[in-house]
Design a protein around this ligand. Structure first.
Ligand code: PAF
Length: 275
């Protein structure tokens, strides 16, 4: 695997790469990322991964400084997963001057759910991803469904800006007890880690009730939120939405997803289940 820290080097390698699949990451890779790399290989001749902890998508009180940087371990995992090129730029390469041009996703996408809890997050995320798309020029890019709203914002960005890139969504990879794999799980204490699967359990219970015909979403959401709070969580939201735009459902036959974000101690976890 070749490691590129500069844009020119990555672009030179891209010329010979044929059909390219890009998997953007912030590093601290786990089995969910590895699954994305293996899936990416099915869609292209060459898999390019990126590692960049993007300051632009973190709020001032968020975990940018303590976000785990584990470059050597990440490099080994990517090489083992058959990734051909790793783009791992430093901040001065990605942002040689303060960023003045942004992708500004529509309100309605970014002021709900994660956007409401993390103002500016999607603007910073989409700006970086568009920049990576411009640097790598991939044919396809892969993202995990755990960040469901991120996926929606990026699909809309690609469509509305007519980018010639297919977006592939990968199902969430879970630990044996159901906890969605996430780099932030590493922040959990042993006690918190034992408690953490409750988020998935509450989502599962609600999803099953809706699958079985329950339409009292607000009541079910309130029960799940109370259950989390009772066990020491501070939930931001746990809510049934339609998959297309993450707005509250309007029609009985819409495809749905239940999404949650909640803080356990100092760690904020997110998860979702398509219904
Ligand atoms: O999902 C992530 O890890 C990040 O938001 C991404 C897409 C790599 C952009 O920084």
């Amino acid at each position: 695997m070749q490691v590129h820290t500069h844009i020119a080097s990555l672009r030179a390698a891209r010329v010979q790469a044929g059909r390219v699949a890009l998997v953007p990451t912030m590093g601290n890779l786990h089995d969910g990322h590895v699954a994305l790399m293996l899936e990416a290989a099915k869609h292209a001749d060459t898999v390019i991964a990126s590692i960049f902890v993007n300051r632009l998508q973190f709020g001032p009180a968020e975990d940018f400084d303590k976000y785990p940087r584990t470059f050597e371990a990440d490099r080994e995992k990517l090489a083992t997963a058959g990734v051909a090129h790793l783009f791992a730029p430093d901040e001065a390469t990605v942002y040689p001057q303060p960023q003045r041009y942004y992708v500004d996703p529509a309100s309605g996408q970014t002021d709900i759910l994660e956007g409401a809890s993390r103002p500016g997050h999607f603007r910073g995320m989409a700006t970086l991803v568009l920049k990576l798309f411009n640097i790598v020029a991939p044919d396809v890019a892969l993202f995990g469904k755990k960040d469901y709203q991120q996926l929606m914002v990026l699909k809309n960005m690609v469509r509305e800006l007519a980018l010639p890139i297919a977006i592939v969504a990968q199902d969430t990879i879970r630990a044996a007890d159901g906890l969605a794999l996430s780099s932030r799980n590493g922040y959990l204490s042993a006690t918190e880690r034992a408690e953490a699967p409750r988020l998935y359990q509450q989502l599962t219970a609600l999803a099953n009730a809706v699958r079985n015909g329950a339409s009292n979403h607000a009541e079910l959401e309130a029960v799940a939120l109370a259950e989390l709070a009772h066990h020491g969580w501070q939930p931001d939201y746990l809510t049934v939405r339609r998959r297309t735009d993450l707005q509250p459902p309007q029609q009985p036959d819409e495809a749905l997803v239940v999404l949650a974000a909640a803080r356990l101690g100092a760690t904020r976890l997110i998860d979702n289940i398509e219904i």
